[in-house]
Design a protein around this ligand. Structure first.
Ligand code: PLP
Ligand code: SF4
Length: 445
């Protein structure tokens, strides 16, 4: 029998189990302003919200976790209500947004801060121009939630105890430099508007950006990227001005023969409820196409059955699963990373379970700025020591990039080898030699 339980979505007033939301009715819970105002940002707010649902040990652990994390904490009531507070340590929503000190692992010795080297490929503040015909625009540095695993923890969110953030282009005046750059580069056809998060753009700024880019003749495709539908779907139901602004840009684009879509970021099947279904239905009815990009996260979606469930559930809502990313080599979240081999195994299981166009490509955004590579396309993969070597001939010709598996996932002998810097250096050299890379000076890692 085919398992069809992926179609059974959580419904009803599930949030009322949370002590602070016990008296919250549906219209209030669906109000996006209420969701924003009641987002949890501190350990004190977490305690006030969940009260005795969480054990004192957990709250103490989270308090230390908040203090050590490279990202600020911000969790929507919707996400808080989806956590299974009887077992928060294993909960896939909790893992993404609420750090606990006891789970933290030491960073990989080869990990750097801006792992993707975005700042090196940034010709003007707030724009990353890495690929021939497409660029990434970062017009906002805030998000409706903060993900622990954020690639851009170097820039996103308020400063934390551990990190002072790099500035992005955050004002309409600074955006003019980005529009001028895009306008002057005729090869650019495709602009990703991310951040931060397009959910946080006021409707008039979403329109301003959308229209300015549509007005550039050589821009043919645009995508607004947001985590929002995954953790605050009700905004699409109750923030009419924002949805109207997006729909306006999509419709104007369509009249101009240009493609404007929404990219979102669901990671766990539990993030998708009946509220999500209503929200996605509204976008679908307005002709707004939605694609999803997930991150492969240990304990969240790295089991084949869970990823398959996520993929099938997204397809059921007319959201196209586009990518599953290897977790970037980001500071302070080693407990969330997993191995390239895991990605290969999960992909093998998922492919074949639904339409090919609803089957995501598993990619590794190569550390050092190589861009996204199909996880299977390595030049060499030393599984024992967790060293995957990639090349990117159309992005950075002649250069080589290495992704390192998390060390705690390796066998004891390999873990020990990583403790010795000289031995580790030899392992990396050997992997490059086997990949056929003679000249180590061409390597970025
Ligand atoms: C991911 C990304 C893009 C878009 O790449 P696609 O593979 O087309 O989704 C563009 N620019 C940068 C810098 C990116 O990281
Ligand atoms: S929503 Fe995106 S940009 Fe914001 S914290 Fe999460 S991963 Fe980072």
């Amino acid at each position: 029998m085919t398992d069809m339980s992926y179609r059974e979505l959580r419904s009803g007033e599930f949030w009322r189990r949370i002590p602070a939301y016990a008296d919250v009715d549906e219209p209030t819970f669906l109000d996006h302003l209420w969701q924003q105002r009641h987002s949890v940002k501190t350990p004190e707010e977490l305690l006030e919200t969940v009260r005795d649902l969480a054990s004192p040990e957990f709250i103490r652990d989270a308090r230390l976790g908040f203090h050590r994390a490279p990202m600020a904490v911000r969790v929507s009531p919707y996400a808080v209500a989806l956590v299974d507070w009887s077992d928060p340590y294993h909960d896939p929503i909790r893992k993404q947004f609420i750090p606990v000190a006891s789970a933290l692992l030491p960073d990989h010795p080869r990990l750097t801060f801006d792992s993707l080297h975005e700042q090196e490929d940034s010709p003007v503040p707030g724009l990353v121009h890495r690929y021939a015909d497409k660029a990434l625009f970062l017009p906002v540095a805030v998000c409706p939630v903060y993900c622990r695993f954020c690639t851009r923890s170097y820039a996103i969110g308020p400063d934390t105890d551990n990190v002072d953030k790099v500035g992005l282009a955050k004002t309409p005046k600074q955006w003019q430099d980005v529009f001028a750059y895009v306008g002057a580069h005729e090869e650019l056809e495709d602009i990703v508007i991310s951040g931060g998060d397009a959910y946080q753009l006021p409707p008039k700024n979403l329109e301003l950006i959308g229209n300015a880019l549509l007005d550039i003749p050589h821009v043919r495709r645009m995508r607004f990227a947001t985590k929002g539908p995954a953790i605050m779907p009700m905004k699409l139901i109750t923030d009419h001005a924002w949805v109207d602004a997006l729909a306006g840009v999509v419709e104007r684009g369509r009249r101009m023969g240009k493609d404007v879509v929404l990219h979102t970021h669901f990671n766990a099947p539990e993030e998708i409820t009946e509220i999500t279904q209503r929200a996605m239905r509204l976008l679908f009815e307005r002709g707004i196409f939605v694609r999803n990009q997930s991150v492969l996260i240990r304990g969240v979606n790295d089991e084949p059955e869970r990823m398959q469930r996520l993929v099938k559930r997204l397809g059921y809502l007319n959201v196209h699963p586009y990518y599953v990313y290897m977790h970037d080599m980001v500071k302070g979240v080693e407990d969330l990373r997993t191995t390239v081999q895991t990605a290969i195994d999960v992909e093998k299981f998922v492919r074949g379970s639904t339409a090919g166009f609803n089957t995501p490509t598993f990619v590794c955004d190569a550390p050092g700025g190589g861009g996204k590579r199909d996880v299977h396309s390595f030049e060499h993969y030393d599984r024992e020591n967790g060293i995957a070597v990639y090349a990117a001939p159309s992005v950075k010709p002649g250069r080589t990039f290495i992704y390192f598996d998390p060390i705690d996932r390796l066998e004891p002998a390999a873990r020990e080898r990583w403790q010795n810097e000289r031995v580790a250096g030899e392992m990396v050299h050997e992997a490059l030699r086997r990949a056929g890379i003679g000249d180590a000076s061409l390597v970025i890692a």
